[in-house]
Design a protein around this ligand. Structure first.
Ligand code: MLT
Length: 239
C-alpha cells in the first residue's frame, strides 16, 4: 500500500511493513547479524536527537534519502554494509525515504513486523503459529506510489500462507490486492532479481551502482529472523 492506499479502516491485529529495496531487508540483516535493535524514524533531526543520548559505541546511524546516504551518517541503507563485525551489540538508528515511514504509519497495531524477501519464511512461520485475526501487508512503495518489489514480497508471503493452509482460490476471492500480488509472485518467483531490475526503484539503485544490493535483496528465505516491534519504533529479533 502507498500512503494514499494505506488502509484507514480499523487497525489490524498484525501489521507488516515491506520495503524490499532496501529498508526492511537492511533491518532483517542487522538483527540477524547480532544488532541489539533497530529504531526507526521518519525524520532525520529526530533521529539525531534521540541517538545523541545513546552511548556512541553502542549506536550506528543510517540515513538514506533518494537512494543515497545522507551526509554525516555512518551508513546509508545498504544491507551489505551491515556486517556482524560492525553491528554486533549495537542499535541501528535509521531513517529512509519510504521504509521507515511505512513502519511509523502502522506502529500502533498490536503486532508490527518488518518483512522482506530474505526473511519471508520467518514471517510466514510467525503468522501460521499466531494466526492473527487480521493482517495488513503494507508495501512502502516510492513516495506514495505502487512498487513491484514490495508487491511481489507481499505475494510471496500470501502465496506461502495459501500453500500451508491449503486455502482455496475462493477463500481469497474479493481480495483483489492479495490475488494480484500472488499472481505477480507466481510469475516471477524464479527470477526475482529480474523483476527487481525492472522495478522503478531497482533502476534507480542500479543508477547508483547498487547491483549487489538488488542481488542480495532478491533472495528468499535466507535469514531466519523476525524483526518485531517491542516498543514504539523499536524492533528487535524474536527469540
Ligand atoms: C526507502 O526507504 O525508500 C528505501 O529503503 C530506499 C533505499 O533503497 O534506500
Amino acid at each position: 500500500h502507498t500512503p494514499e492506499l494505506t488502509p484507514t479502516d480499523q487497525a489490524p491485529e498484525c501489521a507488516i511493513a515491506v520495503d524490499v529495496l532496501r529498508a526492511t531487508s537492511t533491518m532483517a540483516t542487522v538483527l540477524a547479524a547480532g544488532g541489539e535493535a533497530v529504531q526507526v524514524f521518519s525524520d532525520l533531526d529526530q533521529l539525531m536527537e534521540v541517538s545523541e543520548k545513546w552511548p556512541p559505541l553502542q549506536r550506528l546511524r543510517a540515513g538514506e534519502r533518494g537512494g543515497a546516504k545522507v551526509a554525516g551518517f555512518e551508513l546509508g541503507n545498504s544491507p551489505l554494509d551491515c556486517t556482524p563485525e560492525l553491528v554486533q551489540g549495537r542499535r541501528l538508528f535509521i531513517s529512509t525515504t519510504n521504509g521507515t515511514r511505512a513502519l511509523k504509519r502502522i506502529q500502533d497495531a498490536p503486532t508490527v513486523i518488518a518483512a522482506a524477501l530474505i526473511n519471508r519464511a520467518a514471517v510466514v512461520k510467525f503468522l501460521l503459529e499466531k494466526q492473527p485475526e487480521t493482517v495488513w501487508i503494507v508495501g512502502s512503495g516510492w513516495e506514495g506510489s505502487f512498487s513491484l518489489e514490495d508487491t511481489v514480497c507481499a505475494g510471496a508471503i500470501a502465496h506461502s500462507i495459501v500453500q500451508h493452509t491449503q486455502l482455496s482460490p475462493d477463500d481469497i476471492a474479493g481480495n483483489d490486492e492479495a490475488i494480484s500480488a500472488i499472481a505477480l509472485y507466481s510469475q516471477w518467483q524464479d527470477n526475482l532479481l529480474g523483476l527487481l531490475q525492472h522495478a522503478s526503484h531497482g533502476k534507480r539503485l542500479l543508477r547508483l551502482d547498487c547491483y549487489e544490493d538488488l542481488k542480495y535483496c532478491s533472495q528468499t528465505d535466507i535469514l531466519d529472523v523476525l524483526p518485531i516491534q517491542q516498543e514504539l519504533g523499536v524492533l528487535k529479533s524474536l527469540g
